[in-house]
Design a protein around this ligand. Structure first.
Ligand SMILES: *[C@@H]1O[C@H](CO)[C@@H](O)[C@H](O)[C@H]1NC(C)=O
Ligand SMILES: *[C@@H]1O[C@H](CO)[C@@H](O)[C@H](O)[C@H]1NC(C)=O
Ligand SMILES: *[C@@H]1O[C@H](CO)[C@@H](O)[C@H](O)[C@H]1NC(C)=O
Ligand SMILES: *[C@@H]1O[C@H](CO)[C@@H](O)[C@H](O)[C@H]1NC(C)=O
Ligand SMILES: *[C@@H]1O[C@H](CO)[C@@H](O)[C@H](O)[C@H]1NC(C)=O
Length: 211
């Protein structure tokens, strides 16, 4: 089973627990054990799973990690994910998801620390609600077709350590001084259409490491 490196880094302590062996497949490909109903991690990266990510996940109310990277899920990003209040990590990278990122996804993001939607086919703008997600440490929306400006509040996310928005069609001005923000350690905004003074330094052409 492939586990995303960053997932390991961020949640090594939690990942030590193994998967609940008692799922069966349903429409989604996932079901939690109806006896305990307490699956806390779902790490099914690279399982060639397909279909939509749907309502069945709501049964996993104790889910903390949802990692379905490198599968073949299609359809849009389901806003019901926001109703799983314990979610810390959402990794849906390297699938075939389309549509836009739903505004509701971040409206009440209780304890969300990491989200990756990288390498899908996601369009539209990054929703403003992202700015209210004060627990977010790691955001990766790289290699999609996102467009428009960033939510202005994105630079006020005080917990943010890593932001990868590379290879999209994002635009707008990058404020100066973001390199000194808080705990922000890695920013990758390559292959977009940003402007502003901050973009002039060659450091913007590379992933910035600030430690
Ligand atoms: C994903 O699904 C599409 C459409 O069903 C199929 O053409 C493609 O081969 C699948 N890719 C993988 C990696 O399974
Ligand atoms: C993504 O899905 C579309 C149809 O929804 C399909 O045509 C395409 O081959 C898929 N791409 C991959 C990389 O699986
Ligand atoms: C973002 O996700 C892509 C695809 O999974 C990966 O290649 C890249 O390294 C990730 N970026 C960061 C900063 O982790
Ligand atoms: C992205 O979506 C477009 C339009 O639906 C489609 O033509 C293209 O094959 C998709 N790309 C991938 C990588 O699935
Ligand atoms: C990038 O921005 C410039 C100026 O705003 C605009 O003329 C150009 O069409 C944009 N390019 C893309 C690929 O969005």
């Amino acid at each position: 089973m492939l586990v995303n490196l960053l997932t390991i880094l961020l949640l090594a302590p939690v990942l030590v627990q193994s998967l609940d062996p008692a799922f069966n497949d349903d429409v989604l490909g996932i079901k939690c054990d109806s006896r305990t109903n307490r699956v806390s991690e779902l790490v099914l990266d690279g399982f060639s799973l397909s279909g939509h990510i749907g309502r069945s996940l709501l049964r996993l109310q104790f889910l903390r990690i949802l990692s379905l990277s490198q599968n073949n899920f299609t359809g849009t990003i389901n806003p019901i994910l926001a109703q799983i209040g314990n979610l810390r990590i959402i990794d849906l990278s390297e699938n075939n998801l389309s549509g836009s990122i739903p505004e509701e996804l971040f409206r009440q993001c209780g304890s969300l620390q990491a989200i990756s939607l990288a390498k899908n086919n996601i369009t539209g703008q990054i929703p403003d609600s992202l700015s209210s997600c004060s627990t977010l440490e790691w955001v990766n929306f790289s290699s999609n077709q996102l467009s428009g400006p960033l939510p202005s509040g994105i630079w006020s996310l005080t917990a943010l350590r890593s932001l990868d928005l590379s290879d999209n069609s994002l635009e707008g001005e990058i404020p100066q001084g973001i390199e000194s923000l808080y705990d922000l350690r890695a920013v990758n905004l390559r292959k977009n259409n940003f402007s502003g003074q901050a973009t002039r330094g060659s450091w913007w052409l590379l992933a910035i490491e600030i430690t």
